[in-house]
Ligand binder design. Sequence first.
Ligand code: NIG
Ligand code: FE
Length: 417
Amino acid sequence: MKPLWIKHAAQLVSLSGENAPRIKEQMSDLAIIEDGSVWIENGEIIAVGTTDELEKSFSSRSQEADVVDATGRLVTPGLVDPHTHVAFGGSREREFEMRLEGATYMDIMNAGGGIHATTRMTREATEDELVAQTTKRLDSFFQHGVTTVEGKSGYGLDLETELKQLRVMKRLNELHPIDLVPTFMGAHAVPQEYKGNEEAYIDVVVNEILPVVAEEKLAIFNDVFCEKGVFTPAQSERILEAGKKLGLVPKIHADEIESYGGAELAAKVGAISAEHLLKASDEGIKQMAEAGVIACLLPATALYLREEAAKGRQMVDAGVAVAISTDCNPGSSPTTSMPLVMNLACISMRLTPAEALVAATINAACAIQMEDRVGSLEVGKQGDIVLWNVASYQELQYLFGVNHVGVVWKKGERVVG
Ligand code: NIG
Ligand code: FE
């Protein structure tokens, strides 16, 4: 592979620095290089600096490189999406209409739709069908400047299908150039065959599924939907502690629909991140800041469910490290657009344009323990880079709802543009 040399970026957002995840005013520090330049070789960043600086070391080698002139344009690290349910079967557009007609997300789920509907479609799909459907979504992430994606199981809700979903993600991580980081979420819902017998399903998750997931190294993280009518905080704690004993790092879907002690539980079990947090209590936010739990906020989900967004501004000010994500899933957020999520982080949660970019790069990388490889443009990290058709990060967040992606490189290889 030829080396890649990007030169003359109007703004090169390097995000270099020791602080990861970033909190408070660190979230405003993008470490921008004007007239920026980056040299990538064998998929890795070898040098970052001003174009003048890089000319000194590399101009003699420009003949052998793929040289890209980024004059007047913004260059950032590839975006990181730290929370998705990307590997699923089928789709649920009828539920969108039902919700517009007045049904709630939980009404639909309790009537056997929602997560249960996708579980049926995912159980029916073959591994190859899931690989094909998910590949399209991963391609779409690339189109939106996203080069690293977390993906959860949780549409199997039985041993066979949970493993199928995780194996699909493992295969895709090998087949597709995107980095796909796997999370086990067997506790995404109580399957319908266990209705009224929740504890028996939790026994299955803890005693039968989790040990196989750990043994086969199919997931790094263990997530649960801690929500009224789904799993209680006590049940969630049991599942997360069982995962911890097997080496799986806890995550929690917390306080999405009702305030339920999810943020507090995240702090108690030492979760790497707590997700959603629309209804997180002030005390929960304080405890997350103290315990160093990353808040993974999903403003597209709030918009799509027509709910008020999480208190992102309050969380940043309280010293919580904030990350943002699409939550890409077939029910509450069928999107792959991280640029839209950044726009919404500004509009509906009052993050500043700089904070939103940090939340979608280095802090998102920390939420999935990928900060050593992605999330900033620093020597030794992967050559995951986006060249945007705008001149500045301010313009990127300001011109909203439009895809400004020009070129995307994954490990130094051009995958878009
Ligand atoms: O993060 N809240 C729970 N899980 C997903 C939605 C899953 C679905 O509706 O299929 C979420 O929003
Ligand atoms: Fe989710």
